[in-house]
Design a protein. Structure first.
Length: 344
């Protein structure tokens, strides 16, 4: 129904307006009697064989929603009824910020892809914490943290620490985002020295807490093999709990969309089907060269159950959806979980 009825209507709107409309529609629907039960019955796949214990957390299934879809934690309760095993909110920054000027979200329909340069638009960490206190759905929540656009890199650690401390009692794990291409100079924090220092600071802060929350690092797909070797070293030296591979790419290789369209859109991170191969390569490289010594969440180009299985076979412990969820609809979560059971 989604692909043939709802998606054509949504795709008549601009990408950002469609996103806002969908949020509003879901909010209204969930005010109606029995809607939660209908969604649960339609999309949940419950089976002990789907359960995964990763970095000390028990997930009811390995299919999650990636950061960026529900930045401000406005819809995580409702989205839990679509069948996700976990939902990652954010990227959140200490202070609210509007993000980059619109238009900043573009569909490449022929490629089943999206280009975005949102720029960490969000309401700030304080409002996110307030919304997370209203959690009623039993779903694992990850908190994806970043820095404000106007915070210089030499002070970036303060932003991450502020978000980390504010969210600590409200999320089940953390994702440290230093890989978005849409905040100026952010990716410079992926260099070995500053990244090691940042993650070490967060690990130290965690050590002062009575309950340990996993800390993951989200990396770009555009890293070289030598940079991926550095990532493996950093995981080992800092003691963080895992990697999310990967964020969006700045590459435009192999797209079906014409060059004029791509040039007109301009800068931004590309997600969707064109990212699938590179994301899987990064997962496999990290898994093979680390000897599988840390968990990996695989994300990038998952549009079919087979795409998810490919990520898991490459070494991912869990997977996340974003663009595939937009193109394929909520039924994709159910189909992936059923395929995992078929392959069990």
């Amino acid at each position: 129904m989604y692909r043939f009825l709802l998606r054509p209507l949504l795709f008549r709107l601009t990408a950002e307006n469609a996103h806002k409309f969908t949020f509003g529609l879901i909010k209204v629907l969930f005010q109606l009697p029995f809607v939660r039960s209908i969604f649960y019955a339609s999309y949940q796949v419950t089976d002990k064989r789907l359960e995964r214990e990763v970095f000390g957390i028990k997930f009811k299934n390995p299919v999650g929603l990636a950061a960026g879809f529900d930045k401000d934690g406005k819809l995580f309760n409702e989205l839990a009824y679509v069948g996700f095993g976990f939902i990652e909110v954010g990227t959140v920054t200490p202070k609210p910020q509007p993000g980059n000027p619109q238009p900043r979200l573009f569909r490449l329909i022929s490629d089943e892809a999206i280009i975005n340069r949102m720029g960490f638009n969000n309401n700030g960490v304080e409002k996110l914490v307030k919304r997370l206190k209203r959690r009623y759905a039993s779903v694992i929540i990850g908190g994806n943290i970043g820095k404000n656009k106007n915070t210089p890199n030499e002070n970036a650690f303060d932003d991450y620490i502020e978000c980390f401390n504010a969210l600590y009692n409200s999320v089940d794990y953390f994702a440290v985002n230093v890989s978005s291409p849409n905040t100026p100079n952010l990716r410079a924090l992926q260099d070995k020295e500053p990244l090691t220092e940042l993650l070490s600071k967060l690990i130290s802060l965690r050590g002062n807490r009575p309950l340990s929350k996993p800390i993951l690092l989200k990396i770009a797909p555009d890293l070289s093999n030598s940079q991926l070797d550095d990532i493996i070293d950093i995981v080992s030296s800092t003691g963080i709990d895992g990697i999310i591979a990967t964020n969006t790419t700045i590459s435009r290789d192999g797209l079906k969309a014409d060059a004029e369209t791509i040039e007109k859109i301009g800068n931004g991170g590309l997600s969707g089907k064109p990212l699938k191969g590179r994301s899987t390569e990064v997962i496999k490289y990290l898994h093979d060269h680390s000897g599988g010594s840390f968990p990996i969440i695989g994300v990038g180009g998952i549009h079919t159950p087979e795409d998810a299985i490919e990520k898991l076979n490459a070494g991912a412990s869990l997977v996340q959806l974003y663009t595939g969820f937009i193109y394929e609809g909520p039924d994709l979560v159910k189909r992936i979980n059923k395929k995992i059971l078929e392959n069990d």
